[in-house]
Design a protein. Structure first.
Length: 396
C-alpha cells in the first residue's frame, strides 16, 4: 500500500505512480424546488478519496480482490485500495485489465485516458447516472437559444474577470490599458446578444491577456543551475526557455505552451467528472456547441477555472522552479514534458486543486476540486429553475 506522509503529498518515489490526498465533499440537497435569487446553502461532508495518476510507459494495472495492482512486466510496483480512490488517470501506453475496469465501475470510480503528451481521450465509468430529470432539462434547454446565450454570458464573464484578477495579482507591472480592456470586455460579455458575439469578445480578451502573460513569468532564462549546464544535456535541450510570445497548440511548440495544454487537458477531465457527478451529460453544452467526441459542458464549466487552476499551476511550476528547462523534450515541432517533469507537474496541479478558498456565494471554505462540483450543482439549479441565473466563481 502507499503510505501517507503527514503534511505532504504521498508520492511513490521514482516510480511515476502518484496518489494524492484530496477531499471529496458530497452535496446534501433536498428535493424542494423554488425560484430564488440566492441558492440554498450546500453542505459539504468530507472524506479521503484520492486520484491515482499512472505515467510510466509499459505499466499494467490489474485487480486482486479490492486492490489495484500496478505491475511492470512481472514485477509488482505498487498496490492501491480501490476504496481509497476518486479516479484513475492513465497516460500513454498503460494497460488496464477488464477485471480492474469492472471493479472500478462497480465502485463508480472513473478511469480517464490521456495520450503521453496529455491529450484527453475519454472516460470509462459505471452507469449509475440516476438524475434523468436533470438531463431531460439539459437536453431541452440546450436547444433554447435564449438560455444558451444567458449561460454563455456568465461563463465568458467569469473567465475574463478571473484573467484580469490573475494579471493584477501576478504581473510585475500590470498594464493599465490591458486591465481596462479586460474590464470592459467582461462587461460587454454580459450584454452580448449571441454566441457568435461572445466568441468575438472572448477571443479579443484572450489575445489581450496572453500578450501580457510573460509578465507573470518571474524567472530569468539565464539562471539555470550551472550543474545542469554540465550534466551532458545536448545543445538542443539547453536551448529551451520560458519565453512566451503567443498561445499555440496542436502541437505546443515551447515549454510554456506545453504546460498550458497539459493543464487545460487535466482541467477538462476534472470538469467533465464534476458534470458527471451531478448527473449531467458532459457532451451537451450551452456555450460550446455539440461536436463529435467533445465534452462541451465540461468545457463550459472550465472557462472560469482556466486562470484559477490551469494557468496558476503553470506559473507556480515555472516561478518556483518545480519544472525547469531540462524537463522538456522535443519530438518534431512538438515540445513535451519528460516523465519526471510530468510527475512534478501532477503534484503541483493536485496541490492547486486541493487549495482551499472561501466560496464567494456560500461563504465557507472549499477546495478548487469541490468548487468545480459546486459550480456544476449551481448550473443544475439554474436549469431546473431553483435559482434565477448561474453565478460564476469569481476571485478578488
Amino acid at each position: 500500500m502507499l503510505s501517507v506522509v503527514s503534511g505532504q503529498w504521498p508520492v511513490a518515489a521514482s516510480l511515476n505512480v502518484e496518489v494524492w490526498e484530496q477531499r471529496r465533499e458530497p452535496i446534501a440537497m433536498d428535493d424542494e424546488r423554488r425560484t430564488t435569487n440566492k441558492p440554498r446553502r450546500l453542505i459539504a461532508a468530507r472524506d479521503d478519496d484520492r486520484p491515482l495518476y499512472l505515467n510510466t510507459q509499459g505499466f499494467r494495472v490489474g485487480c486482486k480482490e479490492e486492490v489495484l495492482q500496478v505491475k511492470e512486466k512481472d514485477k509488482l510496483v505498487e498496490e492501491v485500495r480501490i476504496r481509497d480512490l476518486s479516479h484513475v488517470a492513465l497516460f500513454g501506453n498503460i494497460q488496464i485489465s477488464t477485471q480492474a475496469i469492472q471493479a472500478l465501475c462497480e465502485q463508480e470510480i472513473p478511469v480517464t485516458y490521456f495520450s503521453m503528451g496529455g491529450w484527453f481521450y475519454g472516460i470509462t465509468r459505471g452507469h449509475t447516472l440516476k438524475n434523468v430529470f436533470l438531463r431531460m432539462e439539459q437536453f431541452r434547454l440546450a436547444r433554447d437559444e435564449t438560455m444558451c446565450v444567458s449561460l454563455a454570458r456568465q461563463f465568458v464573464h467569469g473567465k475574463i474577470r478571473n484573467h484580469r484578477t490573475l494579471l493584477m495579482r501576478n504581473h510585475l507591472e500590470p498594464p493599465e490599458p490591458t486591465l481596462l480592456k479586460l474590464k470592459r470586455a467582461s462587461e460587454d460579455a454580459l450584454a452580448a446578444a449571441s454566441i457568435e458575439e461572445l466568441l468575438g469578445i472572448e477571443g479579443a480578451a484572450a489575445s489581450q491577456y496572453f500578450q501580457q502573460f510573460s509578465g507573470m513569468v518571474k524567472i530569468a532564462n539565464d539562471v539555470a543551475d550551472p550543474a545542469e549546464q554540465r550534466s551532458g544535456d545536448d545543445t538542443q535541450q539547453l536551448a529551451f526557455n520560458f519565453n512566451f510570445t503567443n498561445r499555440n497548440r496542436r502541437p505546443p511548440t515551447d515549454p510554456v505552451n506545453a504546460m498550458l495544454s497539459l493543464a487545460y487537458s487535466m482541467l477538462t477531465k476534472d470538469c467533465t467528472l464534476a458534470a458527471l457527478a451531478v448527473g449531467f451529460d458532459p457532451y451537451i453544452g450551452f456555450y460550446h456547441q455539440p461536436r463529435f467526441g467533445r465534452p462541451a459542458l465540461g468545457l463550459d464549466l472550465m472557462e472560469e477555472f482556466r486562470p484559477l487552476v490551469a494557468e496558476s499551476t503553470v506559473l507556480s511550476c515555472i516561478n518556483n522552479r518545480v519544472v525547469t528547462q531540462k524537463d522538456f523534450v522535443r519530438a518534431g515541432e512538438a515540445v513535451n514534458l519528460t516523465a519526471a517533469g510530468r510527475k512534478r507537474f501532477f503534484q503541483m496541479y493536485e496541490q492547486r486543486m486541493s487549495s482551499l478558498i472561501t466560496h464567494p456565494l456560500f461563504d465557507y471554505k472549499v477546495s478548487y476540486r469541490r468548487a468545480l462540483e459546486l459550480q456544476a450543482r449551481l448550473l443544475a439549479k439554474a436549469l431546473t429553475g431553483e435559482i434565477a441565473e448561474y453565478v460564476p466563481l469569481l476571485t478578488r
